[in-house]
Design a protein around this ligand. Structure first.
Ligand code: ATP
Ligand code: MG
Length: 414
C-alpha cells in the first residue's frame, strides 16, 4: 500500500518545530496574563454564518478560502478561518455582553484554502487577542502595546516594524469615496478600460490598479486623511499620543486597509523583511459591528492575530529540548530504589527517565548520547550504605551522596 502523506498545506508539529511553536504560545500567554487577558477556546468549526455574515461578502476569505461542508445532519459548517468572529459569537452566546470589558486571549489552528508557500499554509495557527467593550483609543494603544511586548519577549523587537493607519468612521469613508468617484469621473478619459468599468461598482479597487495610466492619476487622487471628520481625526490623534506614552514606535502607512470588511479607525500590521512575500506577522484593528451581527448589542472592540508559523520561523534560537536526568539501577536489586528515586525527581519538578533496558554499558552509552544532563547510578554496594552516585555529564565529574539528597542536589545544579 502506498504511504499516506499529510494533506497539502498542512504540517506536523514535531521536534524542533513543536518546541518553537510551544515557545511562541507560552510567551504570548504569559504576556497576555500580565495585561489581564483570560484565555478562551472556541470550537474549530462553527455554523457557516458565523463567518459569512461577518467577514463581508467580498473578502478573499469568504469568497475563496473557506473550508465549508455539509455535515451528516445537513447543516452547513465551516472550519474557522480566523478567531475574531468566533470569539464574538461566544461572547454573545455565553451572555457576557453586559460584563464589559472582556479581555480575551486565544490560540489554535485556523483553516484557509490558499496556495501553500513558505509561511503560508492551509492549516496554520494563530495567537490572538480581543478586547470587547473598547470604548476609548487608550484601549487600542494598550492592546497594540501588548502585541509589541509579545514580539519583544520573543526576541523579535529588532526585526519587526509597526505600521499604523486609520480607516476613520463610516461617514468619513463615505465622504472620501464620493470625492474619489468625482475625481475619477473628471479624469475618466485617462483611466484604463478596466478601471472605467470599476468606477461605478467599486471605485476603491482603482486604488490598487497596476495600469500605468491609472498609477499616474493616483498620485493626485484625494487622500483619505483629508476626509476624516472631526470625531475620526480626534480618535486618530489620541491613538498616536497614547502609543507614544506606551513607548510603542510606529510608522504611518496609508495603504494598510486589512482584508476583512469589519474594521474602522485603527488598523495596524507588524511587518518584517525576513520572510519574503509573507511579511506580516501580526495584524489587527478596531471593529464595531461584529457583535451586533451575532445578535448582541453594538459593542466596539479592538483585536489582533499573529501567525504562529511565521513567528516561529523568525525565532533566532530554537528552544532547547529539556535534558532529562537518567536513573540507572546497576542490577535487578537496585530497581525499587531506582523507581523511588526517579519518582522523587519527577515530583520535585525535574524531567527524569528510568533506564533499565539492556546491559549497563549499553544503557550508559545511550544516556550519554541522549543529551541527558546527569546520570544517577544505583549500585548494590552503595545502596547497602544508602548512597548513590550522581554523575554530571557536562563536567564529567561524579560524587557519592545519600539517596534522599539527590533531588535537592539536582534541583540546585539544574
Ligand atoms: P496575508 O496578507 O499574509 O494573507 P491576512 O491579512 O490574510 O494575511 P490575517 O487574517 O490578518 O492575515 O491573519 C493574521 C496573521 O495570521 C497574518 O498576519 C499571518 O501572520 C497569519 N496568517 C494568515 N494567513 C496565514 C496562512 N495561510 N498561513 C500562515 N499564516 C497565516
Ligand atoms: Mg490572507
Amino acid at each position: 500500500m502506498s504511504q499516506l502523506q499529510p494533506v497539502r498545506g498542512t504540517h506536523d508539529l514535531i521536534g524542533e518545530t513543536a518546541r518553537r511553536h510551544a515557545h511562541v504560545v507560552d510567551t504570548a500567554r504569559e504576556i497576555a496574563r500580565r495585561y489581564g487577558y483570560e484565555e478562551w477556546a472556541t470550537p474549530i468549526f462553527e455554523d457557516t454564518r458565523v463567518f459569512s455574515r461577518t467577514l463581508g461578502d467580498t473578502s478573499d476569505v469568504v469568497t475563496k478560502e473557506m473550508y465549508t461542508f455539509e455535515d451528516r445532519g445537513g447543516d452547513s459548517l465551516t472550519l474557522r478561518p480566523e478567531g475574531t468572529a468566533a470569539i464574538c459569537r461566544a461572547f454573545v452566546t455565553n451572555g457576557l455582553t453586559q460584563a464589559l470589558p472582556q479581555r480575551v486571549f486565544y490560540q489554535g489552528p485556523m483553516f484557509r484554502y490558499e496556495r501553500p508557500q513558505k509561511g503560508r499554509f492551509r492549516q496554520f495557527h494563530q495567537i490572538g487577542a480581543e478586547l470587547l467593550g473598547a470604548t476609548d483609543p487608550l484601549m487600542d494603544a494598550e492592546t497594540i502595546a501588548m502585541a509589541r511586548d509579545i514580539l519583544v519577549a520573543l526576541g523579535l523587537g529588532g526585526c519587526v516594524t509597526l505600521e499604523l493607519n486609520t480607516l476613520g468612521d463610516v461617514e468619513s469613508r463615505q465622504a472620501w469615496r464620493e470625492a474619489l468617484i468625482a475625481y475619477f469621473r473628471a479624469h475618466e478619459a485617462a483611466l484604463s478600460e478596466e478601471s472605467r468599468l470599476r468606477l461605478d461598482a467599486n471605485p476603491l479597487r482603482i486604488l490598487d490598479s497596476k495600469a500605468p495610466q491609472d498609477r499616474a492619476l493616483l498620485a493626485d487622487a484625494p487622500q483619505f486623511s483629508s476626509y476624516l471628520n472631526a470625531a475620526s481625526a480626534e480618535f486618530w490623534d489620541s491613538l498616536r499620543r497614547h502609543l507614544e506614552r506606551f513607548d510603542v514606535a510606529f510608522v504611518e502607512n496609508p495603504h494598510i486597509v486589512r482584508g476583512l470588511d469589519y474594521y474602522s479607525h485603527t488598523a495596524f500590521e507588524f511587518v518584517t523583511d525576513r520572510l519574503g512575500a509573507q511579511s506580516t506577522v501580526l495584524a489587527g484593528g478596531r471593529y464595531e459591528g461584529l457583535v451586533a451581527q451575532m445578535g448582541g448589542p453594538s459593542t466596539p472592540a479592538i483585536g489582533w492575530a499573529g501567525g504562529i508559523e511565521r513567528l516561529a520561523l523568525l525565532l533566532e534560537n530554537a528552544p532547547e529540548k529539556v535534558a532529562p536526568v537518567a536513573v540507572l539501577p546497576t542490577g535487578e536489586p537496585g530497581l525499587p530504589a531506582a523507581i523511588a528515586t526517579v519518582q522523587a525527581l519527577r515530583h520535585a519538578g525535574l524531567a527524569a527517565s528510568l533506564e533499565t533496558r539492556s546491559s549497563l554499558k549499553k544503557r550508559m552509552e545511550r544516556v550519554v548520547k541522549s543529551g541527558a544532563s546527569h546520570m544517577v547510578l544505583i549500585g548494590e554496594d552503595e545502596l547497602s550504605r544508602n548512597m548513590v552516585t550522581v554523575r554530571d555529564l557536562t563536567t564529567r565529574t561524579q560524587s557519592e551522596m545519600p539517596i534522599d539528597a539527590v533531588a535537592g542536589h539536582l534541583l540546585k545544579a539544574l
